[in-house]
Design a protein around this ligand. Sequence first.
Ligand code: UD1
Ligand code: CA
Length: 434
Amino acid sequence: MSNSLSIVILAAGKGSRMKSPKAKVLHEICGREMLYYSIKAAREITDDVIVVVAHQKDAVIAAMEKHFDNLTFVTQDAENFPGTGGAMMGVYPKYDDVLVLNGDMPLIQRSSIEKFLANPADIVMSVIPLDNPSGYGRVVIENDRVQRIVEEKDASESEKAINTVNAGVYAFKHHVLQTYIPKLSNANAQGEYYLTDVIEMARNDALSISPLYVEEVEFKGVNSKNDLTNAEMIMMDRLRRSWMDAGMIMQLPETIYLEEGVKFEGECIVENGVRLCGNTLISHSHIKAHSVIEDSTVKNSDVGPLAHLRPLSVLEDTHVGNFVEVKKSHLTGVKAGHLSYLGDATIAEGTNIGAGTITCNYDGVKKYQTIIGKNVFVGSDTQLVAPVEIADNVMIAAGTTVTAGKYESDILILSRTPIRKVAGFFTKFFGKGK
Ligand code: UD1
Ligand code: CA
């Protein structure tokens, strides 16, 4: 029987180069933590995924448990055994064959991981030839054979000139880690236990080490904020392309910000400058330029330009125009063409929301609901002081302040100060010359 495979993801490091109070692997790319993506790719291959944690361990575990069930977390003794080799110390005795991924490699995909598993060598390790190798460990290759990996901080000038680098993914046969992890030392520039030192020891014992050449677009290590942005651009480009493959129309796609949790259905049009965030569903709809939609559902509707749907908004068969903000509201068959705030509202079909309509949903302490029935004509510049409930077939005159309460069907609601006309006032005020 062949050995079983486990995938180990190293996520215990501080990530000091991020210069952030937040653990590196929790920094987000397209709206999800970096670590989410490596776990997602690993889970496409096996359920047996082990995540090594230490720095901000509780936050890392809590964030990943929101996305995945049945992950195994192993805590590294990072104080006494820092470094990627230290990370493996709590892991190696328990598992057979192990594929190791760095948790700061969000761009990796299933198909690439599979290439490591198809190779029978004792160690399969990822290498990338790079024009600018700085920041990575260099792979010393002599006579076509991998000799060792030298970390940048330990490298001599001539080693630094090597432009073949270690991408940080390895497949180890069971016996490799059992033999060499206990022998790692921390006698190096960083005082850390380097997993990469396994390579030289295995080579000295004539084990088979197979370099697998990979591409930086998938194996990029994210160490700094600049790396984070670059990785996000690559990821977002992938998301946009896959949605266009699925039939979406995107105008100037490179200006559209899209998160991992966003889904489309049917044929949708997304214009330039749109930002779509969180768990948003856009179905058979047209999102016009520079609109922002967060955690919302939009079906058979058109939104924008310059509209803002805040979390938990649901639009069905609805038109929302420019400068309309909607929050936690359900609009079915509604027209809200211009300049409105609709918060904590439920509005039924056939209802027209005039320009300047505002739900006054907050009294400074609590939020209240606004419920508007079918075929209500809400005149421009109406304030709806919640809690307010308006039955079907009601007309609200422009400029009305609808005070809290219930309003029955088939009425006109109007609150207006009568007009006064003061004859000769203009001339009296400005004089004849004007
Ligand atoms: C590592 C490799 C380097 C390679 C690069 C590829 C080592 C010693 N160096 O360097 O050869 O070119 O990745 O991107 O392995 N981690 C822990 N515990 C720790 C330290 C780190 O779990 O004590 C985790 C980190 O959270 C991170 C990963 O291991 O996800 C890599 O650590 P990082 O410090 O980024 O290593 P690099 O210096 O980039
Ligand atoms: Ca790294």
